[in-house]
Design a binder for this molecule. Structure first.
Ligand code: DGT
Length: 223
């Protein structure tokens, strides 16, 4: 499903790093790009039913729900990509699709982390990898990595206070997720993928100097 028509770009980074903010700012700055927001609200209420809260179940009982969460995250991301890729392109649009996270991140960050710390067992991980192989063609060609200190992510996460996360996500978990990003994105071999690392420790939503610095780097990267 990798389209010759499009370059696939994803924004990656820890929970609470500011990916949604960056995506929103990029939407304003580049109206000729296509965007895929993250399907978090779908995970919070399956079939629109808030009593079927997969994200909440995962954080309450990670070992029970980690595999199910990965399978559903895979399904919902693939569904969104398919919808966007099958929508005809306007000739004046830039041939790029920008998404918050990616199927690859779900694997490299959350599935690998869950497997490492025992939330996803060997059998579940082997099954998950079967699904993942089906989606290999969807790998992004460009990645913007918003690199943020886990302590900063923790305080941003507490400020936004998403119900499922506020009493369940520890600094230790954010440090694990940070480490998985670093292992995945800073390793030396990345075939056919360009990676831009942006430091997002400083506030960039309201600080225009900081924001301009980021956009100078992004402008160059997208050229
Ligand atoms: P931001 O804008 O950088 O603050 O990012 P968030 O926190 O809005 O978005 P993100 O992608 O870091 O994750 C939203 C929630 O969903 C968060 O609690 C982590 C969780 N999540 C995302 N993808 C996966 C996944 O594949 N597996 C698991 N277990 N959790 C995931």
């Amino acid at each position: 499903m990798k389209s010759k028509q499009y370059t696939l770009i994803s924004i990656e980074g820890n929970i609470g790093s500011g990916k949604s903010t960056l995506l929103r700012l990029m939407q304003q700055k580049y109206p000729d790009l296509r965007f895929i927001a993250e399907p978090v609200n779908e995970w919070q209420s399956i079939n629109g039913d808030p009593t079927l809260n997969l994200l909440g179940s995962f954080y309450e009982e990670p070992s029970r729900w980690a595999y199910t969460m990965q399978v559903y995250a895979f399904y919902s991301r693939l569904k969104h990509w398919k919808e966007v890729l099958s929508d005809p392109l306007n000739p004046e649009d830039r041939h790029c699709i920008l998404s918050e996270r990616s199927i690859e991140a779900d694997k490299e960050i959350f599935a690998v982390n869950g497997h490492k710390n025992g939330m996803i067992n060997k059998l579940e991980f082997a099954l998950y990898e079967k699904f993942y192989e089906l989606a290999l063609l969807m790998n992004c060609q460009m990645i913007i990595y918003l690199q943020v200190d886990p302590d900063v992510c923790f305080s941003r996460m507490q400020k936004r206070a998403r119900d499922e996360e506020k009493n369940t996500i520890s600094k230790e978990y954010l440090t694990q997720i940070h480490d998985r990003h670093e292992e995945w994105l800073l390793r030396e071999t990345h075939q056919n993928t360009s990676i831009l690392v942006l430091n997002g420790d400083k506030e960039f939503e309201s600080d225009l100097v900081q924001q301009n610095k980021m956009f100078n780097a992004i402008d160059q990267f997208l050229q």
